[in-house]
Design a protein around this ligand. Sequence first.
Ligand SMILES: Nc1nc2c(c(=O)[nH]1)N[C@H]1C(S)=C(S)[C@@H](COP(=O)(O)OP(=O)(O)OC[C@H]3O[C@@H](n4cnc5c(=O)[nH]c(N)nc54)[C@H](O)[C@@H]3O)O[C@H]1N2
Ligand SMILES: Nc1nc2c(c(=O)[nH]1)N[C@H]1C(S)=C(S)[C@@H](COP(=O)(O)OP(=O)(O)OC[C@H]3O[C@@H](n4cnc5c(=O)[nH]c(N)nc54)[C@H](O)[C@@H]3O)O[C@H]1N2
Ligand code: SF4
Ligand SMILES: [Mo]
Length: 659
Amino acid sequence: MKIVKTVCHRDCPDTCFMDVTVDRGKIVAARGSTLNPVTRGFLCPRGNGDPQRVYSDKRVLYPHVQLEAGGSESFARVSWDVALSRVADRIQAITGTHGRESLLLYDYPGNTGFLAWHFAKRLWSALGATTTDYALCSSSGHTGIGLHYGLSYGLQSTDMAASNVILFWGNNAKVSASHIWAMARQARKDRGAILVSVDPRQSPTAEAADIWIQPRPGSDVALCYGIARYLIEKGGVDRVFVDKWTTGFPAYAETAMGWTPERVEQVCGVLGHVVVQIGEVLMAHRPAAFMIGLGLQKSMQGAEAARAVALLPALLGLHRGFQYSNSKGHEIDWLTLNGRRFSRHRGKVVSQVGIGKRLAAGEFKFVYVFGSNPAMTLPEQSAVRRGLDREDVFVAVHDSHWSETAARADVVLPAPTFLEKRDVAISDHHPYSRLSEKAIAPLGDSWHEIQVMQHLAKRLGLTADWLYEDPWAALEKTLEHTYRDGGVKQILAGEVLEVRQRPNDAYQTPSGKIELAATVSHGGSTPLPIQHPLQRKESWLVLLNSSVANYTHSQFTDVFGPIPQVVWVHPEDAAHRYIEENDVVAVFNELATVTLRAKVTDRVLPGTLWAPRPLTDLNGVPLNALVPGISQGIGGGPIFNSVKVKIKPSTSEFPSRRC
Ligand SMILES: Nc1nc2c(c(=O)[nH]1)N[C@H]1C(S)=C(S)[C@@H](COP(=O)(O)OP(=O)(O)OC[C@H]3O[C@@H](n4cnc5c(=O)[nH]c(N)nc54)[C@H](O)[C@@H]3O)O[C@H]1N2
Ligand SMILES: Nc1nc2c(c(=O)[nH]1)N[C@H]1C(S)=C(S)[C@@H](COP(=O)(O)OP(=O)(O)OC[C@H]3O[C@@H](n4cnc5c(=O)[nH]c(N)nc54)[C@H](O)[C@@H]3O)O[C@H]1N2
Ligand code: SF4
Ligand SMILES: [Mo]
């Protein structure tokens, strides 16, 4: 029996230190390590469930090829030699006939490791394949906040824990970042910190907060201006700070003053006295920490909302008194790591959010997927799946598990999980970093991403040295300025290092200050955040959707069963439509119909629904079939939380209470 010290590599801001117990070559348990002062000795259900996921019957253990074209899901096991020659032959043939732009690399953070994810992209950089803009998750918030701050990094979690008011704004931290939530709770216990949630639905975080504010979806800009107006009127603005560190206050204040309590209430549904309450709390209990959720920015107005919230701490005299994701505060030489610095080819970049239509139109003849399950997680699923199923499109998937995308592939390549390889990953919100040690040997005949890419490179006759460079030597260069107290050598020696973050009082804007009225623009943005009209239409509802504790996106259904097939409906909306608790209902729009069980609850507002993401419904239809592939102007992000739908009792054959 031995304990292996590693780090969780899931797409999760916490990046926990994990200790894995290995008995005779088999993982028997995973526990949180106490060596990380932020992730402090506990794991979430997914971390605890990892041993089960490693040995699940959904593992891809050997290379497979699809026997019939067109997504028929009948596979035969083959050798690596056969699988790789198929892939390499297709790359060569398609590049010859259609050009390198018709090769698409579709990757995402199934494994957040520097080596398993980023270094493994070198092959595709060399080939000049098309990639996406990686805007599906956080890009709109980064861009929106960046308009005013330069880069979007902010508070470390340790700073947050020293705050006296902590606002979770469109952020369900209790579920999505459980270690941040644990620190906030500790601050409440130790010092009486007040926890606030701003969320149109009563999320687990809203339920556990001291104050819950419930704006209508997409109305956060109005709420921010309402709070700003209160602070301006009541002398809550730190004028010394604003004069020294910001520009644009007069224009900002003029707009904010237009947001009277009546106007805020009309747009947000938040009553005037609630705005007063929050204004009073912010003035009386300084400093505040604004925790800006990624959920907030995944809507039609998402980037506007994120930028509006990020400006509030500046009024209170705080340098970057918010936390969104601190990834832009790190110094990492990405271009070296992923090889783009060395390649002669630039590679076309296409919108990730809008890629469904391009796939369906057959724009790419070869698609290589790793670390992602686009046949579940992308919007516009019917187009995505149609595209992947096209006979003239060759799809290769490298995954540890039989994902819905793997089921549609021509060739499936087995990958070891993060517990079967050595790597380094760093957190979006805390500085602590250590080696992610390999706990066990790769299962079956699974190959590391780098091994696959180098074998393919060889078969394709590529000879550039940088494709075959020792990955750890490359990582050493890449992370040369990343750590405060060492580098890759110390990491390999087992030390815990701290990631350096740019200073919180440095602003990468044209003026070098926080620009309350931005002087740069992106995607048609105006200098000040704008509250666009909500365009509520009779009988249409807004479907919100976000993650639940047991799943990382589409992962862990093999451990915990299907993602709950439920939709929350307000009692008024349910009564109008003759829907009762647990009834089978159809949630539909012009794109699709999704069949779920109703949970009638006042945890959502009238006119709003909520469902766990990214579920598969009672008929096998993915939730994301309802989501249009529309991207936001600012940052190109998705609109998962602005989906317009209708709901009615289902006519399908599921037993419902009234049958
Ligand atoms: N368990 C678990 N944790 C995860 C993940 C996972 O899959 N599972 N994924 C990780 C990843 S990649 C991400 S991006 C993060 C996301 O995690 P968060 O940043 O917490 O974002 P979401 O969970 O998408 O949404 C948070 C809340 O925003 C609310 N919301 C929706 N629209 C609005 C709005 O217009 N205004 C306001 N104020 N609130 C709104 C939703 O109701 C929801 O409760 O979670 C990470 N953590
Ligand atoms: N409806 C709705 N959809 C959403 C969102 C939403 O809010 N609502 N949010 C979006 C967000 S924020 C995100 S980040 C995306 C996430 O989108 P995806 O990245 O597609 O999410 P996952 O389902 O976690 O897919 C990761 C895949 O990587 C595989 N994998 C895990 N480890 C490894 C490894 O070491 N090597 C290899 N090769 N593969 C591995 C897993 O088995 C899994 O199949 O989803 C988006 N989709
Ligand atoms: S998924 Fe996140 S919270 Fe859970 S163990 Fe991994 S890093 Fe920690
Ligand atoms: Mo994400």
